[in-house]
Design a protein around this ligand. Structure first.
Ligand SMILES: [Mn+2]
Length: 453
């Protein structure tokens, strides 16, 4: 984009190259021959002349519609504008000044906001860079660094662990990724399979075998074991008890630990390859419900950066796990038994192989025309699972589900998705029968009553 940068000295010349705006094809319009010579010498396209005269603008404009960035002393601003307007009445102008310019086609950009947008982020980046150095120094001497996650690690934890290993420049031998539990959810298993991420299952005594321990997306106190001080904690969960770590970075304002690690990688100029970008993008999406809940500016900025580097077909395969063919029979049964009342589509699937199927079908059935709520139940592991989805502009799903099932089991959720899990033992103890038919009726009665109240 050809544009004019008008400045009585070389202030803009010194400032603009640092903005990293490769899309700009600037023509410098300056006053003093000395500034012109200096800019021309370094290959800049430059014209010089009195800024309150029309001649210089006649030479600078080609179409008369080139956007103009204007930075002149306030006292001369009106005269320079008049000269410019005489040559190019319709060119869009941005005036870099603290005082608002009231003229058609002129936008004002206060210098302070330039500082905020350019200098602020640069300082933050430098601070993050220093933090990375401290982190690296803390574990530099260790032959092997153990990267620990919570018990049923989620995508944010897995991506953060992979990112930390990359940041430390280590391999899976010198920095294994581990949990005391196991990766259980199908999407999370799909993530480690598709992205080929190795997660080890270890027992607490194994911690002793490592010279250094780093925790991501969790803290020592969360693991329920008596873990002493660790080397590193990087997390976004609030500290319930002070986390004992030699280097720690805990930011509850962040939507995902993956965002923190993305900032680390960028500040340290570490190349983020496709596999890691895909993992981190998924980590941010999973922890912020597709950037809809709790995502901050930092999360959005990290996601924007990763989006361009990630493998989107891999992301799709992770987010929509393949359905086993047998699941179609369950789905057929569920569709056959559906009922629609008060804008809610309800169905009971009977026995299902794994709990996520119930949630997946709730997602699917919410897509039916005219349906505001999808309520899908199924029995798995001697528990009734109820997954609820809604279109978002109705009552909060979490509140309705708590009111409907909170007295018999665990129940809750967010605005548009919620879930209840009730042990069959409690179900019967509450006086309900546990045949498929009775469960279907009871879930519907309880849910619709809660929805009405
Ligand atoms: Mn997280």
């Amino acid at each position: 984009m050809r544009c004019l940068l008008v400045c009585s000295d070389d202030l803009l010349w010194r400032m603009v190259p640092d903005l990293g705006e490769a899309r700009l094809a600037p023509v410098w319009v300056v006053e003093r021959p000395r500034d012109r010579a200096r800019i021309a010498e370094r290959g800049g396209d430059v014209v010089a002349g009195r800024l309150d005269g029309e001649a210089v603008f006649r030479r600078a404009f080609r179409t008369g519609y080139e956007p103009v960035l204007l930075a002149v002393e306030p006292a001369r601003q009106a005269r320079v504008m008049a000269a410019l307007r005489a040559v190019a009445p319709h060119a869009p102008v941005v005036a870099l000044t603290e005082t608002r310019v009231e003229a058609p086609g002129v936008a004002t950009l206060p210098q302070a906001s330039v500082a905020e947008r350019v200098i602020g982020p640069a300082l933050e980046r430098a601070l993050t860079g220093a933090r990375v150095e401290r982190l690296r120094a803390q574990v530099a001497g260790a032959e092997r660094v153990l990267i620990m996650m919570q018990d049923d690690p989620d995508p944010d934890a897995i991506a953060s662990a992979l990112a930390l290993r990359t940041l430390l420049g280590r391999t899976k031998t010198s920095a294994p990724i581990a949990t005391f539990g196991a990766v259980t959810r199908p999407e999370n298993r799909a993530m480690i399979r598709i992205l080929d991420i190795d997660v080890e299952q270890i027992k607490p005594p194994a911690l002793e075998e490592y010279e250094a321990v780093a925790m991501v997306d969790t803290q020592p106190a969360f693991l329920g074991e008596s873990i002493g001080e660790v080397d590193v904690v990087i997390d976004h969960h609030p500290e319930e008890v002070p986390a004992r770590a030699r280097v720690k970075d805990i930011r509850p304002s962040y939507g995902a630990t993956s965002t923190m690690l993305t900032e680390y990688l960028r500040a340290a100029d570490v190349r983020v390859r496709e596999r890691l970008a895909t993992a981190l993008a998924y980590g941010i999406k999973a922890d912020t419900l597709h950037l809809e809940r709790g995502a901050t500016r930092a999360d959005l900025e990290a996601f924007r950066f990763l989006h361009g580097l990630a493998n989107h077909s891999a992301l799709r395969r992770i987010e929509r796990p393949d359905l086993p063919e047998a699941a179609l029979d369950v789905l057929a049964r569920g569709i056959g038994r559906r009922r629609v009342e008060q804008g809610a589509l309800l169905t009971h699937l009977g026995r299902v192989g794994y709990p996520e199927l119930v949630a997946q079908f709730a997602d699917l059935l919410l897509g039916v025309e005219g349906v505001e709520w999808a309520v899908v139940s199924g029995v798995v592991n001697a528990e009734v699972h109820v997954s609820v989805r809604n279109v978002g502009y109705v009552r909060a799903a979490g509140d309705v589900v708590r009111a409907a099932f909170g007295d018999v089991g665990s129940a809750g959720g967010h605005r548009s998705m919620a879930k209840a899990v009730i042990r069959l033992r409690e179900w019967r103890a509450a006086g309900h029968r546990a045949t498929a038919r009775a469960i279907a009726d009871t879930v519907a009665t309880r849910f619709l009553r809660a929805l009405r109240s």
